[in-house]
Design a protein around this ligand. Structure first.
Ligand SMILES: CC(C)(COP(=O)(O)OP(=O)(O)OC[C@H]1O[C@@H](n2cnc3c(N)ncnc32)[C@H](O)[C@@H]1OP(=O)(O)O)[C@@H](O)C(=O)NCCC(=O)NCCS
Length: 442
């Protein structure tokens, strides 16, 4: 990994080069006995509530994967910053899944920010993930200005919704199946395998594998005596095919002011998607259902008699993607066009020299960049049709942004104008559900 340099810009791009690690900042892998302090530090950095009491820690501790939590110390040995990840896999266009580090719980003590500690943590974490053979790292960003300098780009987006409770479904909207409520104890045995089945069949790029720690953390926070939270499963003709979890927030003194906040909804079929939304919108004593970062192409408004009952209140970034092994990532995904000569794409990457160079994208070999996914072609040299940095590539990789948008906005450079339309066709994710979306918060 290159860590020094006097030029603050990536060659050929406007991307800032990450600053060098500050002297004396030593990043190390934390021992399991230190995870609770790391969690407290992260919570304080996010202003996320009080102390990590025993109950809180009992449900959180399992989500800390040994060997994957980093810390950086003050000279006196006190923890000053932390970042962790869990091992996952990312679904790429075409349905293949690549090993991925799901990065989370990133925080630096408020009295030690802007000294390069996050930079030191990120370098170590990304290099550790690459050494593990992980092809990518992804995260959710608290602020949009933090992670671009480390090569992360926004690779999927979602829309926030507020839907009027009781909104009626059109005659002809998908229907059928049953919805049943689950107790949290039952959910632990039903939701993880159901999610895995839905994931296995998905045509969409972006969904990730959820590990046991993720489920333990999420489900344990749903105690059986907590009446404000709910879990429901949809059953269609082939068995359980979708689920939803939520919390009800009491907005006023009147029961009718309640707002149901959807936490998680995944479904294998349009019937299951419609069935779960129909159920949620039909629950009594609600004013509205709100949802955060739903898929941009979720057809809820198309299901409703009054499409304005489903109001988009915002669109935001969801997956921030850092490609760690560009040749492997390009070999893993399928491409929208397989005929013709491969496109020559020059990628800049200040952290990983193996990514830095000209990559062949698409081309005659069907379904890939012409390379064997198990033995992808390394970056080469020579002239290129198009040029971008590794964050810009991430923005197109899952199909969220078209290369032509990225050229027009200055994220990519075109050396051959004819290559731009070709790049759009190549990078387009194939098939229905082609808008990338993850749907897992971590
Ligand atoms: C975000 C956070 C981890 C950054 O840590 P840090 O140690 O201050 O980061 P660094 O000093 O390594 O910053 C590197 C660069 O990024 C910039 N940067 C970092 N965080 C930034 C932010 N929130 N907004 C704008 N710029 C930011 C720094 O200014 C610095 O740039 P410079 O070298 O050109 O001055 C820290 O501010 C924090 O803990 N924030 C609250 C919790 C949080 O949001 N965590 C992220 C969860 S996704």
């Amino acid at each position: 990994m290159s860590t020094t340099g006097t030029d603050p810009r990536e060659p050929g791009t406007d991307s800032p080069r990450p600053p060098a690690t500050p002297a004396g900042a030593e990043v190390r892998v934390l021992e399991p006995g230190e995870f609770r302090s790391a969690h407290a530090l992260f919570g304080a950095a996010l202003h996320a509530g009080g102390p990590v009491d025993d109950e809180h820690w009992a449900r959180t501790r399992l989500s800390y994967a040994p060997g994957r939590t980093f810390g950086v110390d003050l000279p006196a040995g006190t923890l000053a910053g932390t970042a962790m990840s869990f091992g996952s896999a990312l679904t790429v266009p075409g349905g293949a899944r690549v090993p991925m580090a799901a990065v989370t719980r990133v925080g630096v003590r408020a009295d030690r920010t802007r000294r390069g500690l996050l930079t030191a943590l990120m370098r170590e974490q990304l290099s550790d993930a690459a050494d593990r053979g992980e092809v990518a790292a992804t995260l959710r960003a608290s602020e949009a200005r933090i992670y671009g300098r480390f090569g992360y780009g926004v690779a999927s987006r979602g829309r926030n919704l507020r839907v009027t409770a009781g909104a009626r479904f059109r005659v002809g909207a998908p229907s059928g199946g049953e919805v049943r409520l689950l107790h949290p104890e039952e959910a632990a045995g039903i939701l993880p395998p159901l999610y895995a089945r839905i994931l296995a069949d998905t045509a969409r790029a972006g969904p990730i594998v959820r590990d046991e720690g993720w489920w333990a953390h999420v489900l344990r926070s749903r105690r059986s005596d907590d009446q404000a939270r709910g879990i429901a499963v949809h059953t269609g003709s082939g068995g359980d095919d979708g689920f939803a979890t939520w919390t009800v927030r009491q907005d006023g003194t009147d029961f009718g002011e309640n707002v149901l906040e959807l936490a998680d909804l995944h479904a294998a079929t349009p019937q299951a998607t419609a069935g779960l939304w129909r159920f949620l919108l039909g629950i009594d004593l609600l004013r509205a259902v709100s949802a955060h970062l739903r898929p941009l192409d979720e057809p809820l408004d198309l299901f409703l008699e009054d499409p304005r009952a489903c109001r988009t209140t915002g669109v935001g970034d969801e997956t921030w993607l850092r490609l760690l092994d560009v040749p492997a990532a390009l070999a893993a995904r399928s491409w929208g066009e397989t005929a013709g000569e491969p496109l020559r794409l020059r990628v800049h990457d200040a952290l990983f020299p193996a990514n830095d160079g000209v990559h062949l994208v698409g081309g005659r070999a069907s379904g890939s960049n012409g390379a064997d996914p198990a033995d992808p072609a390394p970056a080469g040299d020579g002239p290129a049709d198009l040029e971008c940095d590794v964050a810009g590539l991430a923005m197109a990789y899952l199909g969220d942004r078209r290369p032509s948008e990225l050229v027009a906005s200055g994220w990519w450079t075109a050396h051959d104008g004819a290559a731009v339309g070709r790049a759009d066709r190549l990078f387009a994710a194939p098939g229905p559900g082609s808008v990338p979306w993850c749907g897992t918060f971590f």
